[in-house]
Design a protein around this ligand. Structure first.
Ligand SMILES: Nc1ncnc2c1ncn2[C@@H]1O[C@H](COP(=O)(O)OP(=O)(O)OP(=O)(O)O)[C@@H](O)[C@H]1O
Length: 302
């Protein structure tokens, strides 16, 4: 199962379970063995993206992107459609291979990379382990439609971690309560509103106890009335100390809930800094224009 992409990849979870058994890793609590968390030490930023280029054929989707994120920071990614926000998030959680540059969590380089001499690919085992530490929430929820809300939340701990049913169920219920959906545990995704589905998706990502959470426009597919309920849950996750990056068009949320903001355009970072600076007093004209355009669009809609 690939929780990151919402696809079932049986061989991958079998590989992970075999590896954990071979390492004598405690599959109940996920302790033991070398994880990215243990690889993090104080001399490295928690997440370091350096000179990352991502091309699709001749098209350059990310052009020398560099970002450092400290533990517990919440980063807002803003920018026009097609500027590369999703691509950057997908590279961080290894759904995409980068063309050059490096992405590190602590001291450990993560993900696969394509080079001019061919593809230098980390094995599936390593990628699967790395991906476990990076939770991702998508615009389109990506819940498993044939599973109840609780089963969705339990799926990672049970199938990837090999956690026993009772414990996974208990934790799943705790997480559903945390996102305000304990009473919807038995509902299937089709029986939930968009906002509720997204809250289940957040609970499912949290169930793997990730070190970093990535949110890719998590409220874009929602009705305006349900946007706030999802943003409140994300805010609570941030308040719990989670390191996170969130691609969003919700400027109000970015202003009040993120420590830093990165403005991207055409695959490049045009401006980054404290959210209080970038969102209130942007230095570049391009960022000012983008923000003014959003304000204008909101005013027109009202
Ligand atoms: N698999 C792909 N193949 C080719 N081009 C792609 C692929 N994925 C993304 N792109 C291109 O890369 C660019 C960046 O896309 P990306 O989805 O990262 O933008 P974005 O900033 O997240 O946009 P939005 O706000 O609309 O979601 C776009 O021009 C897009 O068409």
């Amino acid at each position: 199962m690939d929780l990151a992409s919402g696809r079932i990849r049986k061989t991958e979870f079998q590989v992970v379970r075999r590896r954990r058994r071979a390492q004598g890793r405690n599959t109940e609590d996920g302790c033991g063995g070398m994880t990215m968390a243990t690889a993090v030490n104080n001399s490295h930023p928690f997440l370091q993206i350096r000179d990352v280029v991502k091309t699709y054929g001749h098209y350059v989707a990310l052009n020398n992107v560099s970002v450092s994120v400290e533990k517990g920071q919440a980063i807002a990614l803003i920018g026009p459609s097609g500027s590369g926000k999703s691509t950057l998030l997908r590279c961080i959680n290894t759904l995409e291979t980068i063309s050059s540059g490096t992405i590190k969590v602590g001291a450990e380089e993560i993900g696969a990379r394509t080079t001019s001499s061919g593809r230098r690919k980390l094995g599936e085992k390593v990628l699967a382990r790395q991906r476990e530490d990076i939770g991702m929430v998508f615009q389109s929820f990506n819940l498993f439609p044939h599973m109840t809300a609780l089963d969705n939340v339990m799926s990672g701990p049970r199938f990837v971690r090999g956690q026993d049913d009772e414990r996974a169920r208990r934790q799943g219920m705790e997480l559903l309560a945390r996102v305000g959906l304990a009473d919807k545990a038995a509902n299937f995704p089709r029986q939930l509103s968009g906002g509720q589905q997204q809250r289940v998706a957040i609970a499912r990502a949290l169930a793997m106890e990730p070190k970093i959470m990535l949110f890719d426009e998590p409220t874009s597919a929602l009705d305006p009335e349900t946007v706030q309920e999802v943003l409140n849950v994300i805010r609570e996750v941030r308040d719990s100390g989670m390191t996170m990056l969130i691609a969003t068009h919700e400027m109000d949320f970015a202003r009040h809930a993120s420590d830093r903001t990165i403005f991207m355009e055409a695959g490049q970072i045009v401006e980054q800094g404290a959210s209080s600076k970038v969102l209130f007093e942007p230095e570049t004209q391009r960022c000012r224009r983008f923000l003014a355009g959003l304000t204008g669009a909101i005013a027109a809609a009202n």
